[in-house]
Design a protein around this ligand. Structure first.
Ligand code: 48F
Length: 257
């Protein structure tokens, strides 16, 4: 019966996919622009990478542009990444380009999966795994289970490296800091949770903040910005793309040593 075949096709291939991803080179938490770009470059380098996003539609803050005006502004410095992902873009003013947010978000997602990354949507990372004082994986559960507050245990996914790409809340970095009873300071002098209100944020700080902040744990995108104390800022996405590429390059260099 076709009905049974359809169900079997979904179930058997889904669980094969999940099983293939129980032991990763890199687990990326959060499917925003920085994390997706990281997934793409890591997969392209031949690493086994999976990305987990709690929403039905990964893409983070990118779909909605700003205030749901679905255009994206990026800086010239990120234009090579935009070209690599084959996204239409147009010059707006000196040093700035614009692109359609729906086209660009779907292009990032498509290229990441096409390059070999696996994206799991509707997964929330609720904890991290430590081994020998090193972050060594993530603990995942269905988002609806957590939303409903159901008493259902999670599953473990091991990974040599975990990237926190959870955006403004730096959820994974905050978990690591809380569980170790530490404050995660960065070179910029910021600590998680500190947000200065009078700094005009440059995306440079996001890119500078993109690094290994604890053994086995990297931050990228706005998670890196929150860790380095940069406040929430308006939507200029070039830094997110550059941050994703930078974190991937650092991890590739580390794992391929
Ligand atoms: O916030 P988000 O888009 O991350 P980003 O890559 O980009 C930031 C920009 O969108 C924008 C900006 C540009 O100037 O400021 O804000 O830093 O996406 C973060 C994603 O992480 C998911 C969440 O659903 C979102 O799609 N996420 C957050 N916490 C978890 C998570 C978690 N614990 N488990 C799984 N997914």
């Amino acid at each position: 019966m076709i009905e049974t075949k359809v169900s079997k096709g979904i179930i058997s291939t889904y669980f094969e996919k999940l099983e293939r991803n129980l032991d990763l080179d890199v687990a990326i938490v959060g499917g925003g622009p920085s994390g997706i770009v990281a997934a793409y470059y890591l997969a392209k380098a031949g690493l086994k990478v999976a990305q987990f996003d709690r929403k039905l539609a990964p893409g983070g803050g990118m779909w909605g542009g700003a205030m749901m005006f679905n255009q994206i502004v990026i800086q010239e410095e990120a234009i090579d990444i935009v070209k690599e992902f084959n996204i239409n873009h147009e010059k707006y003013e000196d040093g700035l380009y614009v692109m359609d947010s729906v086209e660009s978000t779907s292009a990032l997602l498509y290229q990441a999966v096409h390059a070999g990354a696996t994206i799991f949507n509707c997964y929330s990372v609720e904890d991290v795994i430590f081994k020998n004082n090193t972050v060594n994986g993530v603990v995942v559960n269905w988002t609806p289970v957590l939303r409903e507050g159901m008493h259902v245990d999670p599953l473990n996914i091991l990974a040599k490296i975990v990237i926190d790409g959870t955006g403004h809340d730096s959820e994974i970095a905050a978990t690591v800091a809380r569980k170790n009873g530490i404050r995660l300071a960065t070179e910029t002098g910021g600590v998680i949770g500190e947000r200065s209100l009078d700094v005009v944020a440059g995306e440079e700080e996001v890119v500078n903040g993109t690094k290994e902040i604890y053994p086995g744990l990297y931050v990228c995108g706005m998670a890196a910005s929150a860790v380095s104390g940069t406040p929430r800022m308006g939507p200029i996405f070039g830094g997110m793309l550059m941050s994703g590429k930078k974190v991937a390059e650092e991890i590739i260099a580390k794992l391929k040593k």
